[in-house]
Design a protein around this ligand. Structure first.
Ligand code: SAH
Ligand code: SF4
Length: 387
């Protein structure tokens, strides 16, 4: 008989149903072991089965034979003067991603990446400029949370810097990595894991419309739409996926997503302000009209510059004028504070290190293809990449 090497399963990215199935089907163990192990991994930050002291030696031996707990490799962790912390994590294959924690008063918001690079090529986004390499596995996505939570080991730091909110606003378009993102968000909200409420986990999308409808079937996290323009002509130039799914179709999808809830929940509209591009008073007036039928709050993001971007951040005066028109239109509006400037940790500055596997000229076509297949992917529950 030839000896077979057992491919170990990484338990880090498994939600409760998958973990229970693993214990029952693969190990012949009772279901409740899954609860114990999930708590060890995510609540105690354990990656060594021997540290799981309430699990019998026999079961631990089986676990060591068939399973592992592997998080991304951290290559650097930097703290900004304002308390923002940024990790660069190396991924198998040589590329790298970035994760950022933004502490604020009594909360800590972790900005998590979903892909290495991004195929959607928005004109003002440094991630988009780098091209696309691959999807992150569920383990690599939740691994960013696991690493962040584990890193607060100095006395007092746990409280000060704890992760209370997660936003899928790092590198990548989360809806084009549907299954892995949904699995990881499930773990963020599971009481046996991080136990975050559905209002404290936010998925941000550039508007992959069919996948928003799919998302409505499987989760109830908060939803943010990256709009950035009040009309299709302008949005087509900034967010190329708009040529496939226009503004109205994206807003309809968000309204459908929110219509399922009995309590009042609204879409967050993200709007990155770029000098002379989308920040004129007429843009603000147009936005007031466009959003009329979309219950929302508006988050204005001052453009974060990066080398050769070709865009500029507007003056504070221009940004305030824009905000005031929206306020007068009756909207709830905030201007996002820019954080982590000194460590390049702001929105859209995340660069990691991406080996582009697409040709730039093909990128838009691919993006549209990906957009079209997102729904098919979601409905066929494609097999996840387990790394
Ligand atoms: N792909 C998703 C989530 C990641 S981007 C999306 O596009 O929504 C998170 C947010 O940062 C998005 O609203 C994005 O448009 C914005 N962003 C990208 N580049 C930026 C930049 N240079 N300055 C400010 N915001 C930027
Ligand atoms: Fe991708 Fe979002 Fe950047 Fe657009 S803004 S390129 S969708 S990460």
């Amino acid at each position: 008989m030839t000896e077979q090497t057992v491919q170990k399963v990484n338990l880090l990215g498994m939600g409760m149903p998958a973990l229970e199935a693993f214990f029952v089907d693969r190990l012949g163990e009772k279901k409740f072991r899954a609860v114990q192990v999930m708590k060890w991994i995510h609540q105690h930050g354990v990656d060594n089965f021997d540290d799981m002291t309430d699990i019998s030696k026999v079961t631990r031996a089986k676990l060591k034979e068939y399973a592992e707990i592997v998080a991304p490799e951290v290559i650097s962790m930097k703290d900004s003067k304002d308390g923002t912390r940024k990790w660069v994590m190396k991924m198998p294959g040589g590329s790298a991603i970035e994760t950022v924690l933004i502490p604020e008063d009594d909360r800590g918001t972790l900005c998590v990446s979903s892909q290495i690079g991004c195929a959607l090529d928005c004109s003002f986004c440094s991630t988009g400029k780098q091209g696309f390499n691959r999807d992150l596995s569920a383990a690599e996505i939740i691994g960013q949370v696991w690493i962040a939570v584990r890193s607060f080991d100095k006395p007092g730091e746990k409280r000060q810097r704890r992760v209370t909110n997660v936003v899928m606003m790092g590198m990548g378009e989360p809806l084009l990595n549907f299954d892995n993102v949904v699995e990881a968000m499930g773990l963020m909200m599971d009481d046996n894991s991080y136990g975050l409420s559905k209002r404290r986990v936010t998925l941000s999308t550039s508007g992959v419309v069919p996948a928003i409808y799919e998302l409505a079937k499987v989760t109830d996290v908060a939803l943010a739409l990256s709009l950035h323009a009040p009309n299709d002509a302008l949005r087509n130039t900034l967010v190329p996926v708009n040529r496939k799914y226009n503004i109205q179709s994206a807003l309809d999808a968000c309204n459908h997503y929110m219509s399922r809830f009995s309590e009042k929940r609204v879409t967050t509209i993200e709007y990155t302000l770029m000098n002379e591009i989308n920040d004129k008073p007429e843009h603000a007036h147009e936005l007031v009209e466009v959003l009329r039928n979309t219950p929302c709050k508006i988050n204005l993001i001052p453009f974060n510059p990066f080398p050769n971007s070709g865009y500029e951040r507007p003056s504070n005066n221009r940004m305030h004028r824009f905000r005031d028109i929206l306020l007068a239109g009756g909207y709830n509006v905030t201007i996002r504070k820019t954080r982590g400037d000194d460590i390049d940790a702001a929105c859209g500055q995340l660069v990691g290190e991406v080996t582009d596997k697409t040709r730039r000229s093909d990128r838009f076509i691919e993006a549209v293809e990906l957009g079209r297949t997102a729904a098919e992917i979601a409905s066929t529950r494609r097999q996840r990449t387990v790394v």
